[in-house]
Design a protein around this ligand. Sequence first.
Ligand SMILES: [Fe+2]
Length: 157
Amino acid sequence: MKPNIGLSEKNLKSITGVLSSVLSDAVVLYTKTRKFHWNVSGNSFMELHKLFEKQYKILEEAIDEIAERINKLGTKTPGTMQEFLQMTSLKESPGNYPSQEEMIDELLKDHEAVIIQLRKYIKDCDEKYGDIGTSDFLTDLIKEHETIAWTLRRYLQ
Ligand SMILES: [Fe+2]
């Protein structure tokens, strides 16, 4: 049954499309952060091992919230790696194990790319699709990414 919440079917489709891309980016970033948690080595091993764990746990919670919001808007939530990899704008590097500094740099760049994308989505959801709820939801999400990006950036300055 479609939700009757003052959003047209066309707009609901666009919004859940936006949220599915956001979900896919979060899943890829979560997986990458876990990979780095498992494989980091060097003089900051334990600190970064713990930092990455903290960050993937934040992403894990975000993933669940994004996924459930798609469902709240009346659409099935994508849940296969195949779909996530099709919809994400982030890149994975199979078989590549960067240095601790390169890991931080790569995660930072991904978070910054997500932030830039979210900024557009927040505007679109409000102004183009009239969905203040999703716009507000993504505004909370962008702040989480900004905090993680800030933490990562501090290691590189
Ligand atoms: Fe672990």
